[in-house]
Each structure stands twice: as C-alpha cells, then as structure tokens.
Design a protein around this ligand. Structure first.
Ligand SMILES: Cc1cc2nc3c(=O)[nH]c(=O)nc-3n(C[C@H](O)[C@H](O)[C@H](O)COP(=O)(O)O)c2cc1C
Length: 263
C-alpha cells in the first residue's frame, strides 16, 4: 500500500483484536515517529507505549475504545504552531500504521493525570493532547462502533465545493481545478467530531488556508495540511508554507492560518 492508498484506506478503528503489537511492528512505528517532520515550528513529543486501561475505555470526549493495548501519545507546547505540528507529524505515523495494516483512532482530550500521562512522560511545558489506540482491528466491528461512526458521519465529508474556493469565497473550486488533487486528500483527513474545520482559497499560484477555531481545530489543520502536503509531493510541486501578511478576509467564524506558495 502506498501513502496515497493509505490516505484513502484509513478510517477510525475503535474496536481492536486485543493482540499486542509485534516487536517488528513497534520498531516500524518508532521509526515513523523519528522520521516524521513538520514545516511548522513547535515543540512536539510523540511516544508509542503499552498502557493498561482495561477492556473498555471511554474518553471524556466521546466514543468507546475496546481491547486496545498499545497507544500513540501526542503531547505539545501550548501554542498554535505546536498544535499544528503535532497534528502534521502524528498523521504521518497514522498513515504508516495504516500501511502496516493497523487500525488507529485519534482521541482528543486532556489527560493530565493517570496512566496515559505517566506513559507519555512529557518534558516541562508540554501537555498530552491526544492519544491514539493502535493495533489490529477486531475482525468484526462492534455494533456500537458502527452506530458511533454513523453518528460522527464518518463516512461523509462535506462536498469539495463547500470546502475549497478559487479567487473568492463565492466561487467553489472545480474538482479538476488547480491544487484539486492535494485538496481532495485534505478532504479525507480525520478531524475531531468530523468537523472538517479547513477551508482553502486558491488564487494564482498559491493556496490560503483558513480554519474554524475550536477545541481541536489546530490539530485538525495539521492533519489536513499533512494530507495536502503529501498530495503536493505526489504531484512534484515544490512550494512552501508561509504566512501571507495580507490574506483575503476570512469567511464568518473562520481565521486565516497559512498559505502554500509555489515559486
Ligand atoms: C483531533 C481529533 C480528536 C478526535 N477525538 C475523538 C474522540 O475523542 N473520540 C472518538 O471516538 N473519536 C475521535 N476522533 C475521531 C473522529 O471522530 C473521526 O476521525 C471522524 O469522525 C472521521 O472519521 P474517520 O476517521 O473514520 O474518517 C478524533 C479525531 C481527531 C482528528
């Protein structure tokens, strides 16, 4: 499975087989953690750890995680670019896990105390902001799991033309328009409560990215931008992320984040 196929194949898995990860798989995930990169600044820590949480784990947010033994842990400093970088780098690990045939589920929340915080052992100034069970998915997904996926509208994404625009926010970007390939991959990215907080405005040789602020939306942006960046590499684009000092005014409830600019 190549990375583009992994983007298409990935979906949240909340019920696991209960089998621990094999040593070789752990090693591959550790390598993915070490190889992950972000074009944005920030202080990020990622770890792979076995955490005993029993058969069922109910995060403070939503969802039920079953029979998970191994977790990816994501901590970062309390600033905007650390959150974006955290999402950007951890999604690379998620896609590598997908390529290895493993299931994952991003779980947001605050994990200040307890076994996750202990296992994360974060440096001063960082907070554990997400945990992701990782392992072989149960062969039969639970009934609840299916209901939850439907409730979170997991199978659905907003139409392309509601997310991405060209020249101004009144003109939807055609699905064969500039940057449509990388943006189509962004559209498939996971986001907290499937909120898809990302919007993009293409003009000339650049794309401006906007987001709807919310609890996890900067992590979501990092995840979405990771997919977009993979798409740009796939199409041999050689642009760079940079802040545009005079972006188009954001649509209501949205804020400008960053642009991708091709020379
Ligand atoms: C930052 C973040 C936090 C999330 N938090 C939770 C959570 O607390 N509980 C849960 O069951 N799913 C959580 N999810 C998973 C999303 O609900 C899921 O990605 C979304 O519904 C899209 O479905 P898909 O991943 O199957 O494509 C989270 C996802 C992200 C990106």
């Amino acid at each position: 499975m190549n990375i583009i196929e992994a983007i298409h194949a990935r979906h949240s898995v909340r019920t696991f087989s209960g089998e621990p990860l094999q040593a070789s798989v752990k090693k591959a995930l550790e390598e993915a953690i070490n190889n992950s990169r972000s074009p944005f600044e920030g202080n990020v820590t990622m770890r792979l750890a076995s955490v005993g949480i029993g058969e069922e784990f109910r995060p403070s947010t939503y969802g039920v995680i079953r029979n998970a033994l191994d977790f990816l842990l994501l901590g970062f400093a309390n600033d905007k670019w650390s959150a974006v970088s955290g999402g950007f780098r951890m999604e690379q690990v998620v896609l590598e896990a997908t390529r290895l045939g493993l299931g994952t589920c991003w779980v947001g929340g605050t994990f200040k105390k307890g076994s996750f915080a202990k296992a994360a052992d974060l440096p001063e100034g960082q907070t554990l902001r997400s945990i992701l069970p990782v392992g072989e998915g149960a062969r039969r997904t639970g009934f609840l799991d299916k209901i939850l996926r439907m409730a979170a509208r997991s199978y659905r994404r907003r139409p392309f033309g509601e997310l991405f625009f060209v020249n101004n926010f009144n003109t939807p970007l055609p699905e064969d328009g500039p940057y449509a390939g990388p943006l189509a991959l962004m559209r498939l990215a996971p986001s907290a409560t499937n909120s898809q907080p990302w919007r993009a405005l293409v003009h000339g040789n650049q794309v401006d990215f906007y987001y709807k602020p919310g609890n996890f939306s900067l992590i979501d942006m990092g995840i979405g931008l990771c997919h977009f960046d993979i798409g740009c590499h796939e199409e041999n684009m050689t642009g760079m992320f940079a802040v545009n000092n005079l972006p188009e005014p954001a649509p209501e409830d949205f804020e400008y984040l960053i642009s991708y600019i091709q020379a």
